[in-house]
Design a protein around this ligand. Structure first.
Ligand SMILES: [Zn+2]
Length: 184
């Protein structure tokens, strides 16, 4: 993946969930609502948004739902966007080093995720035509997935309620309140 472009310029990062969803829509990206406090899709046929823009009606309907509490998803594939979905930020640091990680996040849009992982949004002139789960492993451990066509990540600004969370990574030590996906 050569010739990458940063999705979001630094400085554009102080936004809430609805503002973020609008940001994507205004920049031509299709986003769609996912269930409140989790990441399950509630829109049938959402896979079409990897290749099809939102209609004006969908824009209004979806942004209304997000304004009313739904989380939202960003599908890969559209506008040459893929998202590297890392399970564990600390493992990435160990693997490539903190300096390299900082360099990557200066060049690409990076988002912290609620269970200690991270998303790296990559726009490249050359992206794979499907997702890879996993795309990287180390010592037989899954390090990252790559979300491309027909897959999505929960969008920046979305909230997860750990009291209703079914993730095996949701440890008891973790505070049981809403936890957001926020930019690094
Ligand atoms: Zn959790």
């Amino acid at each position: 993946m050569s010739n990458t472009t940063r999705l979001v310029k630094k400085g554009e990062v102080y936004m809430d969930k609805l503002q973020w969803a609008k940001w994507f829509v205004e920049h031509g990206y299709a986003v769609f609502p996912v269930s409140q406090e989790s990441k399950s899709s509630i829109i049938k046929g959402w896979q079409r948004y990897s290749t099809t823009s939102l209609t004006e009606e969908e824009k209004t309907q979806y942004l209304d739902m997000i304004a009313n509490g739904y989380n939202y998803a960003v599908p890969g594939g559209q506008h040459n966007l893929v998202v590297l979905d890392f399970e564990d930020r600390e493992l990435v640091k160990e693997w490539i080093g903190e300096t390299t990680l900082n360099e990557i996040c200066a060049k690409m849009f990076c988002v912290n995720t609620p269970h200690g992982g991270m998303h790296i949004y990559v726009i490249s002139d050359d992206i794979p035509d499907k997702k890879f789960n996993p795309v990287f492993t180390k010592d037989n451990k899954r390090i990252a997935d790559l979300q491309s066509f027909n897959s999505y990540v929960v969008g920046v600004g979305s909230c997860i309620n750990h009291e209703k969370c079914k993730s095996s990574k949701c440890t008891l030590e973790r505070p049981k309140h809403n936890y957001m996906l926020y930019p690094i």
